[in-house]
Design a protein around this ligand. Structure first.
Ligand SMILES: Cc1cc2nc3c(=O)[nH]c(=O)nc-3n(C[C@H](O)[C@H](O)[C@H](O)COP(=O)(O)OP(=O)(O)OC[C@H]3O[C@@H](n4cnc5c(N)ncnc54)[C@H](O)[C@@H]3O)c2cc1C
Length: 419
């Protein structure tokens, strides 16, 4: 029987461990943080609801996620409420750029050879004449895909936009932590050991043998290893491979990994509901062109909580000072809602800022597809000498990129390949 070491106890590592343990493999999970779950991080105290510092939504009917929800007897809630948009100082009732977006969709349909989105736009749309379309595409791509317009694949965006269904978005009652706790229970029952607070710094390997060294000098030995740490960690080369893997290093660099800063603000009252001028009744989402542009509520749960989202290159370049970030977020809200900052502060009950860019065990939020991603991913997914395997959200090959589903699927696939 093989002894398998799995580096990283996020969704991917946990799912890989479960798959292997079910086939009676001996497994040790090695995790840098003092908790499991990785980029799933439900805050169970401090707010009147469990709040998500990381993954929050189930984006559509995603098979593995939904089957875990069912197995763990968890419940999901379909999001409800209205969407509001404020752009260039005006509330928008319809998309003013609908015609331009239709032209963009048409041009994308004819795309035969992949290119980055910026080059695609420049080729088809005169920047001066279509400057609003450029801003709109940039806002969407940076906000949702957290991607750099100069690197993101136009073909991948086209496929994502064809597949996406804004109507089917869910919250998990009690948060994503429920799935993590469920997997943890399964692993405990199967006798899988989980080592917390053990950041790995080196993996020495040869065919059929691995030695994993942590920063505290602990050494673990196994026959095979699955590395599930985030792409950001691999790109920064925080883990040293001996002998080195230069082809892998090149491949990691070719893939895209974006940043997110999430702002969780709980207030005394949902003051935006009674906003003078434009009351934002039953607000689900609020989109804007402010520095922290996107905000949402917890509807159908009627709690006075707003979540702010800053994604893409701006999340990487912005200050990392928490006090300054707090002020920037307040200022954005104040401008969007026409509500003075001191008044917003008076309403504040509690807040939390989750800066995934500064997180030492993520170095970012999730992956996006560059023109070079498919080739790079294929290379990384080839096991090295039947001994070194890679998995994780960034290495998933389907259409639910950057999701928990991607992580679960990839972890399961790596374990099945090993078996
Ligand atoms: C802000 C944010 C919002 C998101 N929103 C959504 C959403 O709404 N819906 C959705 O489906 N997905 C969302 N995602 C994406 C989702 O969270 C991820 O795709 C998924 O959780 C990744 O799982 P993983 O196992 O691949 O990686 P991770 O969860 O990052 O697990 C990898 C583990 O490796 C550990 N690690 C790192 N370095 C080392 C080391 N040196 N030694 C040992 N361990 C190490 C990490 O601590 C981590 O626990 C979001 C992500 C973020 C950050």
């Amino acid at each position: 029987m093989n002894h398998v070491l799995i580096i990283g106890a996020g969704a991917s590592g946990l799912m890989a461990a479960r798959t292997l343990a079910e086939k009676s493999q001996s497994v040790t999970l090695i995790e840098a943080r003092d908790r499991i779950g990785g980029r799933i991080h439900t805050l169970s105290s401090g707010f009147s609801l469990p709040m998500e510092a990381g993954a929050e939504f189930v984006h559509g009917d995603l098979p593995l996620t939904l089957s875990l929800i069912k197995e763990s007897a968890s419940e999901i809630k379909l999001l409800s409420g209205n969407r509001y948009q404020r752009w260039k100082g005006e509330w928008q009732t319809a998309n003013p750029l609908e015609e331009d977006w239709t032209k963009l969709d048409r041009a994308l349909q004819d795309l035969k050879t992949d290119t980055d989105m910026m080059s695609f736009l420049e080729h088809h749309f005169d920047q001066e004449h279509y400057s609003n379309l450029y801003d709109s595409v940039k806002g969407y791509v940076e906000g949702y895909d957290i991607a750099d317009l100069n690197r993101v694949s136009a073909m991948a965006l086209k496929e994502e936009w064809e597949e996406s269904n804004d109507e089917l978005q869910y919250h998990i009652t009690g948060g994503y932590i429920r799935l993590i706790n469920f997997l943890e229970d399964k692993l405990k029952a199967a006798g899988v050991s989980v080592l917390l607070s053990s950041p790995v710094k080196e993996i020495q390997w040869s065919e059929g043998k691995v030695k994993v060294l942590t920063r505290d000098g602990e050494l673990m030995e196994g026959d095979k290893v699955i590395v599930t740490v985030p792409l950001g960690v691999l790109q920064k080369r925080d883990i040293k491979f001996i002998p080195p893997l230069p082809d892998h290093d090149q491949a990691f660099a070719k893939m895209g990994f974006g940043g997110v800063i999430k702002f969780l603000f709980e207030f005394r009252n949902a003051f935006w509901e009674n906003k003078i001028g434009t009351p934002l009744k039953e607000m689900a989402f609020l989109f804007s062109d402010e520095q922290v542009p996107t905000w949402w509520t917890q509807l159908p749960d009627k709690t006075p909580i707003l979540t702010g989202w800053l994604g893409g290159p701006s999340a990487i370049s912005i200050t990392k000072d928490k006090k300054a970030l707090y002020q920037i977020a307040l200022q954005s809200l104040s401008t969007i809602l026409h509500y003075p900052v001191p008044d917003i502060e008076k309403e504040m009950v509690n807040y939390h800022i989750a800066d995934w860019v500064s997180d030492p065990y993520a170095h970012g939020a999730y992956a996006y597809t560059t023109v070079e991603t498919p080739e790079a991913r294929r290379r990384i997914l080839q096991p090295v000498k039947g001994t070194l395997y890679f998995a994780g959200e960034a290495l998933y090959e389907g259409t639910a990129m950057g999701t928990v589903e991607a992580a679960l699927t990839s972890g399961k696939a790596a374990a099945e390949m090993m078996l």
